[in-house]
Design a protein around this ligand. Structure first.
Ligand SMILES: Nc1ncnc2c1ncn2[C@@H]1O[C@H](COP(=O)(O)OP(=O)(O)OP(=O)(O)O)[C@@H](O)[C@H]1O
Ligand SMILES: [Mg+2]
Length: 278
């Protein structure tokens, strides 16, 4: 926990990667979790190995769970109102946050509803005590803002005119449209949305880069034009085969810098504006 008493912390708590952004750092660790059980050999040996004790349960998280776990758990539900996502957020705050935290988390565009937002806020706001790698901390989540995946990528560079964003993640594919004219910027709901169950890992054995590109782009062409500038982010932007197939439909496709952290970096800029702080 940092010396500063209060600060802004962003956690883009994905199904595959948890991306944390604060004023001074960007951290990425695997979201996968598992039960600690009756382990006798487990040791913390790397930066993102986490043994977490929370509400009487003991878990392995991060790289520990990725490499050494009998029942590695990833959650592909539409809602993020689940211990799986709470644990990603609270572990992030324990490791990189403050005594008092102004938090921004993410949900899919189509889950950016009052019910989902209030549900996440109810679960996360307030005082929490958890132990990570033997260190117990109590911290406050003073406030929570719930942002829409993909839409937050606009806040990385705030492009003018009409811009499309496509975030291909492990659980979901989100897309969004921003429109900025003479400094007046808005998100265009009718050009935004979520494809559930079409994330890179949600598809499992069924993953096929061309078929996924055909599916996503076929749907998007009902809303977007093929000559639109489309910014691609999320882990899908690192899959060259997928990118080339998407480019076939949207030749003006641009892969964002460091696409796995792009959403979280946008969330941080949004948080600075929303909370009036950095
Ligand atoms: N170097 C790489 N090359 C190809 N694919 C990659 C690479 N790195 C990550 N991926 C893919 O990206 C996926 C993770 O993407 P991302 O971090 O955007 O997901 P997420 O944000 O955790 O998921 P979601 O937003 O759907 O909850 C992995 O499932 C993997 O398939
Ligand atoms: Mg994501």
């Amino acid at each position: 926990m940092k010396d500063e008493v209060a600060g802004l912390i962003v956690v883009d708590d994905g199904g595959s990667n948890t991306v944390v952004v604060t004023r001074n750092e960007i951290e990425v660790f695997p979201s996968v979790k598992g039960v600690y059980g009756d382990r006798t050999l487990t040791k913390v040996t790397s930066k993102y190995d986490f043994i977490v004790e929370y509400k009487g349960e003991k878990y392995v998280l991060g790289t520990l769970s990725k490499f050494d776990c009998e029942y590695p758990l990833q959650i592909f539900s539409k809602s993020k109102q689940h211990d799986f996502f709470d644990l990603s957020v609270l572990t992030s705050i324990h490791q990189y946050g403050y005594a008092s935290n102004y938090l921004v988390v993410s949900v899919p565009v189509k889950m950016h509803t009052e019910e989902e937002k209030q549900g996440r806020i109810r679960r996360l706001r307030g005082s929490h005590t958890l132990t990570v790698n033997g260190v117990t901390k109590t911290f406050l989540v003073a406030d929570v803002k719930v942002s829409a995946e993909s839409a937050t990528a606009y806040f990385v560079d705030k492009p003018s005119g009409m811009t499309r964003f496509l975030d291909i993640g492990s659980r979901t594919v989100n897309f969004s449209t921003s429109l900025c004219i003479d400094g007046n910027c808005r998100m265009i709901d009718t050009g935004s949305g979520t494809f559930f169950d079409k994330g890179l890992e949600a598809l499992g054995e069924g993953f096929n880069a061309k078929a996924l590109a055909d599916y996503i782009c076929g749907q998007l062409l009902a809303k977007w034009n093929s000559n639109d500038v489309v910014y691609l982010l999320g882990g899908g932007a690192l899959n060259e085969e997928l990118v080339s197939h998407i480019k076939f439909y949207f030749p003006n496709l641009q892969v964002m810098d460091d696409p796995i952290t792009a959403s979280a970096r946008g969330m941080f800029n949004l948080g600075v504006i929303g909370y009036g702080m950095d």
